[in-house]
Design a protein around this ligand. Structure first.
Ligand code: APR
Length: 241
């Protein structure tokens, strides 16, 4: 921990890369592991682009659960620590999460690689709506529809879909220009997002990984690995700065 504190003090530009483990202590289920969503749902059957087209009612069962979890959740101490880290050089948060908790905690620069559950988009006329406009429908299990009568889809990236180009380009830049990157609560198995820490490493940034378990990053990419909960380790780091 002492070395990590030194690295933060020496760093001018810090970036955080976060995954579902960052939101677990806020009550949002991760995707993999014991309590993972992919134990309850087959991702190819509910969270792929082709599945949404063929059986949108199945996909909406997943989206309904995710949206309701989002509504019932609040940022935790770990999220607020990342806001405080902005006073120590944190420049951006690159997230795979679609829950909006980093923005709700108050981080200024959040790059949502996998989109957001906060918006619904019509797959036909591309009209975009805030999810709040359809909460009653969603809670009653109805599939929200656009004024053009097409089924709406949350503005999230499904398997088989490309990531938003401009956001991905900005994320690569942040990774290549930082001198310290935190990898927080991600299994680092889904590409291209999982390559962000390696891109920072290639630009000689130091990589600090905080996770409950070792990941593909731990051996080859991370300079420091803190085993534990982000909601405990991040406040500990802030307290020592
Ligand atoms: N603190 C730290 N790490 C945690 C915590 C916690 N409180 N709780 C869980 N973790 C760790 C788990 O050990 C696991 O390694 O967080 C990781 C979560 O991994 P995943 O569930 O695979 O989530 P993520 O890496 O974000 O998945 C990437 O996959 O399904 C797609 O689009 C989805 O964005 C998602 C992507």
């Amino acid at each position: 921990m002492d070395e990590i504190i030194e690295e933060i003090r020496d760093a001018e530009r810090i970036t955080a890369f976060t995954g579902a483990g960052m939101s677990v202590e806020s009550g949002i289920a991760p995707f993999r592991g014991e309590d993972g969503l992919w134990n309850k749902f087959d991702p190819q059957e509910v969270a792929s682009a082709s599945a949404f087209v063929e059986t949108p009612e199945r996909s909406w069962k997943l989206f309904k659960l995710q949206i309701e979890e989002c509504l019932e959740s609040d940022p935790h101490k770990g999220h607020y620590s990342l806001v405080e880290l902005e006073d120590h050089g944190l420049n951006s948060v690159i997230t795979q999460n679609v829950d909006g908790l980093h923005q709700r905690a108050g981080n200024n620069e959040v790059l949502e690689l996998h989109g957001s559950l906060k918006r619904l988009v019509c797959q036909s006329c591309r009209h975009s709506f805030m999810v709040e406009e359809f909460l009653d429908d969603i809670k009653e299990g109805h599939i929200p529809r656009c004024e053009c009568d097409e089924i709406l889809k949350p503005d999230v990236v499904l398997f088989g879909e490309g990531l938003p180009h401009d956001i991905l380009q900005r994320a690569w830049k942040e990774a290549e220009n930082c001198d310290l990157l935190f990898s927080l609560g991600t299994s680092a198995v889904v590409q291209p997002a999982a390559s962000i820490p390696a891109a920072a490493k290639k630009s000689e940034a130091k990589i600090v990984e905080i996770n409950l378990e070792r990941t593909p990053l731990t051996h080859d990419v991370s300079d420091y690995f803190l085993k534990g909960k982000v909601g405990e380790k991040l406040p500990e780091i802030i307290d020592r700065l």
